[in-house]
Design a protein around this ligand. Structure first.
Ligand code: PEP
Length: 252
């Protein structure tokens, strides 16, 4: 049995007072349950406060990115050790916005994934095809390539702390959602790819989240798919009521 995960990626939203408000709203609404792990990923500047406020509540705090180097002349960047020093043990890597707007290549992501493993951080690793890849029938190849280039050099034990998020780029922030069967088909493909590379036992334990316009109205149907282990939520994670409704939809 894989415990479901609902993770909220706040992206570049919420000032510190707004972040505090949202976290306090979540603390008053979310009913913790063993069947769902909840994670939020505020921006860097709001991470210390989020960790402090959630010290007594079972919502984990994640960063949205990190650099692969330990330290040095990388103006504007943040390292794994810096995150860990403030109590952040989880990081989202390879989000399509990082790939598209900040030129994160598979090589860069391989280094970041290695760093997360070396530092024993939980890595929510995002993969997903563009609309034209899907229209050309190349979506499986694209996702397989992203996985093999960035993750498949890692040893089996690294997967204790890897969560994969399948996020078709055409469904992110667009209101367009993959159908439950499109999501299931790709999640099954990802699990089979893991099984071929690392064996069925490992593949059966890795959590694979779906991301792309998940809302309270469509969450339950998507999460009910056998290979979907929860969601990475963008827009709807910025509203406590909606995010809580999505968490409720993941409970079994
Ligand atoms: C995301 O950016 O990870 C995401 C899934 O966004 P949205 O839910 O807004 O489509």
């Amino acid at each position: 049995m894989r415990t479901k995960i609902v993770a909220g990626n706040w992206k570049m939203n919420k000032t510190l007072p707004e972040a505090i408000q949202l976290i306090n709203d979540l603390k008053s609404m979310v009913k913790p349950d063993k069947s769902v792990e909840v994670i939020i990923a505020p921006s860097y500047v709001n991470l210390p406060k989020a960790v402090e406020l959630l010290n007594d509540f079972p919502i984990k705090v994640s960063a949205q990115n990190m650099h692969f180097a330990d330290h040095g002349a990388y103006t504007g960047e943040v390292s794994a050790d810096m995150l860990k020093a403030i109590g952040v043990e989880t990081v989202i890597l390879g989000h399509s916005e990082r790939r598209a707007y900040f030129n994160e290549t598979d090589d860069i992501l391989q280094n970041k994934a290695h760093k997360a493993y070396e530092k024993q951080m939980t890595n929510i690793f995002c993969v997903g095809e563009q609309l034209e890849d899907r229209q050309a029938g190349k979506h499986f190849d694209v996702v397989k390539n992203q996985l093999s280039k960035a993750l498949f050099a890692l040893p089996l034990q690294a997967y204790k702390k890897i969560i994969i998020a399948y996020e078709p780029v055409w469904a992110i922030g667009t209101g367009e959602t993959a159908t439950p069967s499109q999501a299931q088909e790709m999640h099954h493909f990802i699990r089979e790819s893991l099984a071929k590379k690392y064996g069925r036992e490992l593949a059966s334990h890795v959590r694979i989240l779906y991301g792309g316009s998940v809302k309270p109205a469509n969450a339950a149907e998507i999460f009910a798919q056998p290979d979907v282990d929860g969601g990475l939520i963008g827009g709807a994670s910025l509203n406590a009521k909606d995010f809580n409704a999505i968490i409720e939809a993941a409970k079994s």
